[in-house]
Design a protein around this ligand. Structure first.
Ligand SMILES: O=C(O)CCC(=O)C(=O)O
Ligand SMILES: [Fe+2]
Length: 291
């Protein structure tokens, strides 16, 4: 099988989109510059050090198997790291989000931002599509995309240390990958700061880590704004913290009401409203007094 296409961060959104449409994924080099990368890693180091591998799944053996016994994961990045916020609002990622999830389906939101550190000895993750969190009937293979992900490499990603593996072209196939025989996959080998853009319907999974180092990545996932998100994004920050964030980040976290997409031509009824109005009013200093 051919390797994943690698293109520079100076590429256009159309180029990113056309490789994703063809292969289901593409690697963009130098997405995050060295200075920002360093700040993200410095914010994460102490938090990850304190995190137990398998945290969140320790009492659920099936999930633990899927999510990794020796993998450290954490969410709530918007509260924990200004540098993480810069990554989540990266112009190229949001440019692709505009393309993939913008009109006519009413726009998008952050679905989840998760740091995934695969530890030594971790076996290959079960292959899956990230859209698996929603029922099949909302994600027919020929239907509009509901989400996409960008896995930002925070350390080097190599085949040996567990680089994300992708079944190229699998996004157009109607297969239940968790139950199907494992297809051929290729590793998304990339330098720190590069990002793997991949579609919500492409089969992929973390690779086996056969080294003694931890492989650190940050998966930033975006979805149509009428869906229930994997991470309880607006609740992942305090209102005080939310007020200090850039407007784009506030909106991505859900501090924005939208009109029901079925009424897009004659917007009338809001989704995710607060007290008959836009939920963004909660960010006004007297916002709490409305409820
Ligand atoms: O860590 C990776 O490389 C991929 C993880 C993944 O796909 C997931 O947990 O959904
Ligand atoms: Fe995944």
């Amino acid at each position: 099988m051919a390797a994943l296409k690698t293109i520079p961060a100076t590429s256009t959104i159309d180029e990113i989109a056309s490789w994703c449409d063809r292969d289901g994924a593409v690697i963009v080099t130098d997405l995050v510059g060295p200075e920002l990368l360093d700040r993200v890693n410095r914010d994460l180091d102490p938090i990850l050090d304190a995190r137990v591998p398998g945290y969140g799944y320790l009492d659920n053996p099936v999930a633990l198997e899927q999510q990794g016994r020796n993998t450290r994961r954490l969410m709530g990045l918007a509260a924990k790291s200004d540098a993480g916020v810069e990554c989540m609002t990266h112009p190229l990622i949001l440019g692709y989000a505009d393309h993939e999830l913008g009109t006519p389906h009413g726009g998008y939101q952050l679905n989840m931002a998760q740091v995934i550190e695969i530890g030594p000895g971790e076996p290959e993750q079960v292959l899956h599509v990230d859209e698996i969190i929603w029922p099949r009937y909302v994600r027919p293979v020929d239907g509009p995309p509901l989400m996409f992900s960008c896995m930002v490499a925070l350390t080097e990603f190599t085949e040996e240390n567990g680089a994300t593996r992708v079944a190229m072209g699998s996004h157009v196939l109607d297969v239940d990958w968790e139950a199907a025989p494992r297809p051929e996959t290729v590793p998304a080998e990339m330098a720190p700061g590069s990002g793997l853009f991949f579609k919500g319907r492409v089969a992929h999974g973390g690779g086996a880590n056969r080294t003694s180092q931890w492989r650190r990545g940050m998966t930033l996932t975006y979805c149509a704004n009428w869906l229930r998100t994997e991470e309880a994004t607006p609740l992942s920050v305090s209102l005080e913290r939310a007020r200090q964030l850039p407007r784009t980040m506030q909106e991505l976290l859900g501090f924005k009401s939208v009109y029901g997409s079925y009424l897009v031509d004659t917007p009338q009824i809001m989704l995710w409203a607060h007290d008959m109005g836009d939920v963004a009013t909660l960010l006004e200093v007297d916002g709490e007094s409305r409820s």
